[in-house]
Design a protein around this ligand. Structure first.
Ligand SMILES: NC(=O)C1=CN([C@@H]2O[C@H](COP(=O)(O)OP(=O)(O)OC[C@H]3O[C@@H](n4cnc5c(N)ncnc54)[C@H](O)[C@@H]3O)[C@@H](O)[C@H]2O)C=CC1
Ligand SMILES: O=C(O)[C@@H](O)C(=O)[C@H](O)[C@@H](O)CO
Length: 298
């Protein structure tokens, strides 16, 4: 693979394009919305990454070996883009969606290139977080998955190939389960958002950077966890509704960093992202110097 096309120059697409450009791939970045195109052009102008930014989809994908879709999480928008690709892309190009939640089956239905369509779910910020969740169709040729995995590894990523397709894959299902319980605790007045965030950051979150849930269970003892799960599972929230605090904030256009307020107030649209980037760099650097072997389940 030499040429990678990224569709959508937003939060994820721009970072993913930069990632591959930094590894010297030919990168085209497609962005149809003029205002965003101008903003991204200004950001890229001084970076010398050689990214070909364009509002012409054919120009972006015609020569691409890998096409990574990073358009908004709206099924109609994604499907429209996928259907347009059929007549534009190379016969052997791989298409991968960075969707957060749609199953591969949902996105790939009746696409003529289903056997070359996958999920490649990057984590935000994509240039720092190593994880990329990969999902193929039951009839995806294994060598195509291997090609994608190999490319991602060469770019310093940690690809994890799922055995089966499921909405939200692994990471977002786990994040959503945690968020549901965090919102339940917040809405029950057990603690405020800062208190709950602190508990996660100073406790399990810190440990999760080193040990995953099953490693933690082994460390704690399955006998203890059997008692814990038996006692707590009936207590946990099992709501299937979007949490009330999220709905209230949406109604007030409190969208988080992007609107200046969410669970917290933000005076700058970049400070929170920069702070996370700095702490992630420190954590990743400490982990690399510690030589942790990262699980690489492919
Ligand atoms: N923001 C995040 O933390 C993460 C998002 N994702 C997923 O990645 C995808 C993109 O998310 P974001 O980058 O956050 O969205 P975003 O809203 O920041 O960026 C989407 C970009 O696509 C452009 N766009 C709109 N219509 C388009 C079209 N028809 N063709 C091409 N581009 C179009 C928009 O102008 C915008 O620049 C979504 O599916 C999202 O669920 C995945 C992992 C993390
Ligand atoms: O958290 C992430 O970066 C990803 O798992 C996502 O897909 C998130 O759900 C993202 O879309 C919302 O922050």
């Amino acid at each position: 693979m030499k040429h990678i096309a990224v569709l959508g120059a937003g939060t994820m697409g721009l970072t993913i394009a930069r990632l591959f450009a930094n590894y010297r791939y030919e990168v085209s970045l497609y962005e149809p919305i003029g205002k965003r195109l101008d903003a991204v052009e200004a950001q890229l102008s001084g970076e010398g990454l050689g990214i070909c930014l364009t509002d012409d989809l054919l120009k972006a994908v015609a020569d691409a070996d890998l096409i990574i879709e990073c358009v908004p999480e709206q099924l109609t928008v994604k499907r429209e883009v996928f259907l347009r690709l059929s007549a534009m892309m190379k016969r052997d190009a791989i298409v991968a969606s960075n969707t957060s939640s749609f199953s591969l089956q949902t996105l790939a239905q009746d696409l003529p290139y289903r056997d070359r369509f996958m999920i490649a779910h990057f984590f935000n910020p994509a240039h720092l977080i190593p994880l990329v969740e990969i999902v193929g169709m039951p009839d995806t040729p294994p060598h195509l998955l291997e090609e994608l995995v190999s490319l991602l590894r060469q770019c310093g990523k940690t690809p994890v190939v799922l055995n089966k397709d499921i909405p939200g894959f692994i990471a977002n299902r786990l994040q959503a389960a945690l968020l549901r319980e965090a919102c339940f605790l917040l809405e029950s007045g057990i603690a405020d958002a800062k208190g709950i965030d602190t508990v996660v950051k100073e406790g399990p979150g810190l440990r999760w950077a080193s040990k995953g849930p099953f490693e933690i269970t082994d460390l704690g003892g399955l006998d203890i966890w059997a008692i814990l799960t038996g006692r707590l599972f009936p207590e946990l929230s099992n709501s299937s509704d979007t949490p009330g605090t999220i709905m209230e904030k949406l109604a007030n256009n409190e969208l988080g960093v992007k609107s200046g307020s969410g669970y917290y107030e933000y005076s700058s649209s970049t400070q929170a992202v920069e702070e996370m980037g700095d702490s992630l760099r420190r954590l990743l650097s400490a982990r690399q110097s510690g030589g942790d072997d990262q699980a690489d389940n492919t």
